[in-house]
Design a protein around this ligand. Structure first.
Ligand code: 4EZ
Length: 229
């Protein structure tokens, strides 16, 4: 099985490349794709750069150019659900674009004609995650992830995203991967470890916890890989 592992920032994939040791790199579309074998699987790993546009590009390239058959995202997120603390893990059951707005024409937030407000992730990959969490006794949350091209460091915007979409966490790439994979029929999984609470200390927390939380997410993804056949 050829599996894509995607992060947004270099810090989000570095722990994976370190664990793999030997890997090759290929440059394409102004980005670098790292390839390696891991057990029975072939891996293609990259960080897209931040935001929905770059994430869509990288997910598309992984699928169309490198032929990945499943795509796993690993990274960090801001917490919305107050039960989520820094370092906690959650995966997205469904994802939405919180900054997509043609409400002037009577459409709901997050919707454009012929699209959908929410995109659901792969049940099969989500169950593998549940299995890993159970066997390793790791606390793993799940819920709605809201994506937008904004770093949220504002409690009232965060509250708006919670009430509008029922979101548990927010970040800047997940739904882009979801839209691409859903359109191209590739099962996908989005995992995030909390780096901040998207409030007025989000910038400071993000800088302090990016590396540590990115590693929490990456380690979990590596455990999942062993169960994907
Ligand atoms: C985007 N990622 C943050 C990129 C920040 C700074 C140079 C995750 C994330 C996030 N996104 C963690 N906390 C967030 C927050 N509060 N708002 C948006 O995927 C780049």
């Amino acid at each position: 099985m050829k599996i894509g592992i995607l992060g947004a920032m270099r810090e989000e994939i570095t722990p994976i490349l370190e664990l793999l040791g030997e890997h090759k790199s290929v440059e394409y579309g102004k980005n670098i794709y790292y390839t390696a074998s891991y057990g029975e699987n072939e891996l293609v790993i990259a960080y897209s750069k931040i935001g929905k546009v770059f994430a869509s590009l990288t997910a598309s390239v992984m699928i169309e150019k490198f032929g990945v058959e499943k795509l796993l995202f690993s990274g960090v997120a801001g917490a919305i659900n107050p039960e989520l603390k820094i370092g906690d893990l959650l995966y997205a059951t469904k994802l939405t674009q919180h900054d997509l707005d043609i409400t002037a024409f009577g459409h709901p937030f997050g919707f454009v004609p012929e699209g959908a407000v929410f995109i659901e992730s792969s049940d099969e990959l989500n169950s593998i995650a549940d299995e890993v969490a159970k066997s390793r006794e790791i606390k793993l949350g799940k819920g709605v992830i809201a994506t937008g091209d904004q770093f949220i460091a504002d409690s009232s915007r965060k509250e708006w995203i919670r009430t509008t979409f029922g979101a548990d966490a927010l970040e800047m790439e997940g739904v882009a991967v979801a839209v691409v994979c859903d359109s191209l029929n590739v099962p996908f999984f989005v995992l995030r470890a909390i780096s901040d609470s998207a409030d007025d200390s989000a910038d400071i927390d993000f800088d302090s916890f990016l590396e540590k939380s990115a590693k929490v997410s990456a380690d979990f993804i590596m455990d999942m890989l062993k169960l994907i056949k």
